[in-house]
Design a protein around this ligand. Structure first.
Ligand code: SF4
Length: 479
């Protein structure tokens, strides 16, 4: 995951745990550590001892932010935690979460993953009421709306905030005596619930449960509000929409392979993507197939199984490259790829190789990767992509390039093949990807807007105008 810098970046991982008699800071730390792949810019934990909420958060990786000393100061029986990615406010301390707000229910700590489409309108409405927010994150918006609701119970207050907010989000909240988890009404961003003995926990991904010995119970449903407190687990449904739209890119790239999401193993879904790739773009005649680590690997294993082509280790990832690595100049980008990916010459030299990648965003990195293998002596480099061309920008919390920068939006597959200098290029079809994920036959329970342009939550025209290239905007609005 995240081996290359061209990547799609999810904005956050969230975690929460409720107990009434255990010191939970260490469980929370290990849960958060398992979600590190979802964001590497900051990490934070809030704990409550039933009276006071304490928070520690800083820019940095989970293992850099927390140590024994910090954790031993975080006494509490319930907690939430957050790890963050953000492109725009990379090192702003104020953007670190959880965020603390004073409300009619006392202090609330909140961690949030997603994007609010109508944030400008909501900020303006709040400013008219004299509430000025610093706009570093959307968590403040939620907390302000909760306060503004005037509701005297937390479920009504959250429902009021959800009625105002348009977007894709998953959230965890900590009050002094409860942990709350909820999802947007179509369930774009993931969030699941588990148990650790008699305690309840929540996480962006089930991989965090394995680490602490908890059991995955189920997904938090779209529009569902779950509250864990001394009386047990309570659930409320904000809206009973039939529509569901879980992000399909969780299966392609974002989620960790040992996660199970909506009942589907991420690793197995990726392996099936490889099977589908062979059905759609066979690699018969290649000598060896391998994935670009880590996310390309399960699809490459599937492709090898389906094709009979030998699976080999063609490249390894340098484990000691961290996200803070800075490419000094544009001209030195080649060094970036060479430092991160180490080709195994013995596997490659003189061979017709097939490399499998999860997706292509700008195309600049994969072009350097193909060059790397050709320089290592590959006779032919065939490229297979475990998803369709990434064509439209995500509006629901995944940070990608603007549409102008998306190579899939402006070049045909043959033009991309030529640009990256591959001997052949095959993308998995949307139908093939939906089949590999296996949630439903036609992908009606999945968001695939970045691949299809079908946005499950309507995006206002004025926002579309700022996000889409003129060609696509005109195609939709000026037919
Ligand atoms: S647009 Fe793409 S990346 Fe964004 S939520 Fe939908 S499927 Fe995921």
């Amino acid at each position: 995951m995240d081996s290359l810098q061209h990547k799609i970046n999810d904005k956050c991982g969230i975690f929460g745990i409720y107990s009434d008699d255990q010191d939970v800071a260490r469980w929370t730390y290990f849960g958060l550590f398992s979600l590190q792949h979802r964001g590497q810019q900051s990490a934070g934990i809030s704990v409550t001892d039933g009276k006071t909420i304490r928070t520690y958060k800083e820019n940095g990786l989970v293992s850099q932010v927390f140590n024994e000393n910090v954790l031993s100061g975080l006494h509490g029986t319930s907690a939430i935690a957050h790890t963050r990615y953000s492109a725009k406010d990379a090192n702003v301390e104020r953007a670190c979460q959880p965020i603390i707000g004073e409300t009619q229910f006392g202090q609330i700590a909140m961690g949030y993953n997603g994007d609010i489409i109508n944030e400008s309108q909501l900020y303006a409405e709040l400013e008219e009421k004299g509430i000025v927010l610093d706009r570093y994150n959307n968590t403040d918006l939620f907390l302000s709306l909760i306060k503004l609701s005037g509701a005297d119970n937390i479920v009504d207050a959250i429902s009021f905030a959800m009625s105002k907010i348009v977007g894709g989000y998953s959230c965890v909240m900590l009050t002094k005596d409860s942990v709350i988890a909820f999802k947007d009404p179509v369930g774009i961003r993931p969030l699941c619930m588990g148990t650790l003995g008699k305690y309840y926990c929540f996480s962006s991904e089930s991989c965090a449960f394995h680490t602490i010995g908890a059991q995955l119970v189920r997904e938090v449903m779209p529009g569902e509000v779950m509250i864990a407190d001394k009386d047990g687990l309570h659930t409320y449904q904000y809206s009973l929409t039939e529509k569901q739209a879980l992000c399909i890119f969780e299966y392609v790239y974002i989620a960790r392979p040992d996660t199970t999401m909506a009942g589907r193993s991420i690793h197995e879904a990726r392996r099936r993507m490889g099977h589908q790739l062979q059905a759609e773009h066979p690699i018969d005649g290649c000598d060896v197939v391998f994935g670009i680590p880590d996310t390309g690997t399960p699809a490459a294993i599937g492709l090898a199984e389906a094709s009979g082509v030998r699976y080999g280790e063609g490249v390894i990832k340098n484990r000691y490259i961290f996200r803070t690595f800075i490419q000094p100049t544009q001209e030195m980008r080649d060094y970036g790829v060479k430092m991160k990916l180490l080709p195994i010459v013995e596997t490659i030299k003189g061979k017709k190789i097939c490399m499998v990648e999860d997706s292509i965003v700008r195309g600049t990195t994969i072009r350097q990767v193909v060059k790397l293998f050709k320089e290592a002596g590959a006779a032919e480099v065939h490229v297979r992509i475990a998803s369709p061309p990434y064509t439209y920008p995500c509006m629901y919390g995944i940070d990608t390039a603007t549409q102008d920068d998306l190579v899939g939006a402006h070049k045909t597959v043959e033009e991309i093949r030529d640009y990256i200098n591959a001997d052949s290029l095959g993308y998995l079809s949307l139908e093939g990807l939906i089949k590999a994920v296996g949630i439903d036959e036609h992908g009606e329970k999945l968001c695939h807007a970045c691949l299809s342009g079908q946005y499950p939550i309507a995006i206002p025209k004025e926002i579309m105008e700022t996000k889409l290239s003129k060609k696509y905007f005109d195609k939709i609005y000026n037919k």
